[in-house]
Structures are given as structure tokens and as C-alpha cells.
Write a protein that binds this ligand. Structure first.
Ligand SMILES: N[C@@H](CCC(=O)N[C@@H](CS)C(=O)NCC(=O)O)C(=O)O
Length: 216
């Protein structure tokens, strides 16, 4: 019997949260394997030599990189589609998914992680301020992006993986750093987009965790 897909994650990992939410958007059940991010179980490195999550363990293969796992999900469970059918719009949405992952999500979560768990020896003293200080400027970029297809989502009327890339930060921002939220007066589109993301039923997946924590 084929083994059901198992997703290795930890609750506060944004890239894991994106994948958990993608499964929720598709209505596809997935077994969560919760890891201790500080003392990672040895099995994780066997599945993925880079020792990072998320990892999707399938029958005989392990997939890593959140965007790649989402591509697998899209291929295997095409409905409802989470990319636009139009190739131009799809490429546009892919660009925003990547930009959000590489900039807003990375800066915010790396800054928060360094604040909570400490800096690396070679980090500049103000690394946390530098990382978190980029976030307000990123909201201005997203405000402009949201004007292109007239919302409510980045690609217009269809919710896509580009929006999913903003889901973890939308949820954690109000929990951890409400001061970094965009103001509704200055940046109405992005403020509305973040609020709409938090209203999505799949937003609950950002706080989901597996039944027991595996530790190394
Ligand atoms: N580009 C990767 C990033 C994965 C990643 O950085 N995962 C974090 C948790 S969100 C991690 O495991 N970090 C461990 C580390 O930095 O050692 C993806 O999208 O899956």
C-alpha cells in the first residue's frame, strides 16, 4: 500500500506554513510531522541533506523547497487551480510568489528568529533592526503590485500561490509585530490584502502542528 504523504514542518516556519496552507486550499489531507527546530531529528537530514523544512515525504522520494512541493501539489491535485490559466498572468504571479518569499517573508522571519534565538557570530550588531526595518518598504512595493490587476488578490480575482506566499506573514504580523503592519490610510490595498488573507480558512493552517514533536 502506498504511504500517505507526510509533511515535515514546524509550526512557526513560514515556508512550512505556506505548504500546509496550500494543502488546506486544495482540500488534500496531509500527515504533519512536527520537528523541534533547535534539535532536529536525524531522519530529517536523511530525507533532505540541507536539513531544512518543509520536506514532503512520499512513497520512496522526499521533496524539498516549498515552491517545488507546491508545484507537485498543483500537478497531482489540479483542482482548485492555484495558478492562473493564462501563461502571462501565471508568470506574473510566479514572479510575485518568488519576490515575497525572497524578500518580505525572509526578512521578517529571519529578523524575528534572530531576535528570539540570537544572532550569528558574524552578524552586524544591528542585524535585527536592518532585517525588520525593510518590511515597511516592502509593503509599498506590494501596494503597487496590487494595483496592476485591481485585486483583491495579486493576480486579480483568483487566489494564487502568490497570495499564499503572503499568508504566514499576514498571520504572524498581528501576533508578533503589529507595529510593522501597513497603515490602511497610506497603503489601503495591501492592508486589505493582509486582512483578507487572515480571513481565508486556510490561514488556520499557519498555526497547525503535528501531534508530537520529533527531536534529535
Ligand atoms: N527556500 C526554502 C527555505 C527553507 C527554509 O529556510 N526553512 C527554514 C524554516 S522556515 C529552515 O528549516 N531553516 C533552518 C536553518 O536555517 O538552518 C523553502 O522555500 O522551502
Amino acid at each position: 500500500m502506498p504511504q500517505p504523504p507526510r509533511l515535515w514542518t514546524f509550526r512557526t516556519s513560514p515556508f512550512s506554513g505556506k505548504v500546509r496552507a496550500a494543502f488546506a486550499e486544495k482540500g488534500v489531507p496531509v500527515e504533519l510531522v512536527e520537528i523541534d527546530p533547535v534539535r532536529r531529528p536525524g531522519r530529517l537530514r536523511e530525507l533532505s541533506p540541507v536539513n531544512r523544512v518543509p520536506v514532503l515525504e512520499l512513497d520512496g522520494i522526499a521533496l524539498r523547497e516549498s515552491s517545488v512541493i507546491c508545484e507537485w501539489l498543483e500537478d497531482v491535485h489540479p483542482d482548485p487551480p492555484l495558478w492562473p490559466a493564462d501563461p502571462d498572468l501565471r508568470a506574473w504571479a510566479r514572479g510575485w510568489a518568488k519576490w515575497l518569499d525572497d524578500h518580505s517573508v525572509r526578512s521578517f522571519f529571519l529578523g524575528m528568529r534572530k531576535m528570539a534565538f540570537g544572532m550569528a557570530p558574524d552578524d552586524p550588531e544591528d542585524v535585527v533592526e536592518r532585517l525588520l526595518g525593510r518590511v515597511p518598504g516592502y509593503w509599498e512595493v506590494v501596494e503597487d503590485a496590487l494595483t496592476v490587476h485591481d485585486g483583491p488578490w495579486l493576480a486579480g480575482g483568483q487566489f494564487t500561490y502568490a497570495d499564499l506566499s503572503g499568508l504566514a506573514i499576514a498571520v504572524r504580523l498581528v501576533q508578533w509585530r503589529p507595529d510593522l503592519q501597513p497603515g490602511a490610510d497610506a497603503l489601503p490595498r495591501v492592508a486589505a490584502w493582509l486582512a483578507a488573507l487572515r480571513e481565508r480558512p486556510s490561514a488556520a493552517a499557519i498555526d497547525a502542528r503535528g501531534p508530537e514533536k520529533l527531536s534529535g
